[in-house]
Design a protein around this ligand. Structure first.
Ligand code: B16
Ligand code: MG
Length: 229
């Protein structure tokens, strides 16, 4: 792991949602897999990796690359609606128990040193997920798929979050699990902590398998207000 410079002066942290705060990425996979099986289109976990962080319609386009049939825009809308219906049914039992390891402790530590926090997610289901997991009250700003017109790797979601937090991009750290999200954060001019699937991305500033591991390796003075733990 490399540190850009000893003092990073991070004043705000922008969290991706699916795959960073909550394990909903598995439910996305299940819902897409059921749809692909129904359509007789090959779909596996390797292809699924390309769907991380990208919008619902762009995800469908990736899946349809494996199909010989052409679908009209209306058919595509019906397919994304169907996938979303199934995905939301899978989210039904979601609760605070589904928040990923280290998340609450990391947020509490950031709160203690007055670091601002935002959500920067491509998901239009973010409000439902935040409510079901009781994470909704913990963030100063939430920017999700309902408020952006260009999905990751476009930097719009993170730039909007920084703007609403009142911070410059260079003062923000983005936590991401998707290569598309890492790219979006870098294009926004922000520092990136990659967790999970994106942890092997060579472009990031920090990498860890999850937030528990990251808390144990934070360099002193990374954050504006003393150090995090
Ligand atoms: P929805 P994130 C992204 O959320 C997911 O990673 C991606 O797999 C999904 O297609 C996208 O949200 C749209 O989600 O269908 O719920 O609007 O990782 O940016 O928090
Ligand atoms: Mg994600």
């Amino acid at each position: 792991m490399q540190f850009e410079k000893p003092k990073m002066n991070i004043k705000a942290v922008i969290f991706d949602l699916d795959g960073v705060l909550v394990n909903t990425d598995e439910f996305h996979y299940q819902a897409w897999k059921e749809l692909a099986d129904e359509l007789g289109i090959p779909f596996d976990r390797n292809i699924n990796e390309r769907l991380r962080g990208v919008s619902r319609m762009e995800s469908l386009e990736v899946i349809l690359e494996q199909s010989a049939k052409n679908f009209t825009q209306q058919e595509k809308m019906l397919l994304t609606d169907k996938k979303n219906e199934r995905y939301r049914a899978l989210l039904n039992d979601l609760s605070a128990d589904d928040v990923l390891p280290g998340v609450i402790s990391f947020i509490n530590n950031l709160n203690r040193i007055n670091i601002k926090m935002a959500i920067g997610s491509s998901s239009k289901n973010a409000p439902l997920i935040l409510e079901k997991t009781s994470l909704d009250s913990l963030f100063d700003v939430v920017i999700d798929g309902n408020q952006i017109s260009r999905s990751k790797p476009h930097p719009e979601v993170f730039l909007k979050a920084a703007q609403q937090l009142g911070e410059k991009p260079e003062a923000c750290l983005v936590v991401e699990d998707a290569d598309a999200g890492v790219e979006a954060a870098l294009r926004a001019g922000m520092r990136v902590l990659a967790v999970g699937a994106a942890a092997s991305n060579p472009k990031v500033h920090f990498a860890a398998s999850n937030l528990i591991e990251f808390i144990g390796q934070i360099p002193k003075n990374s954050f504006k207000s003393k150090h995090i733990i």
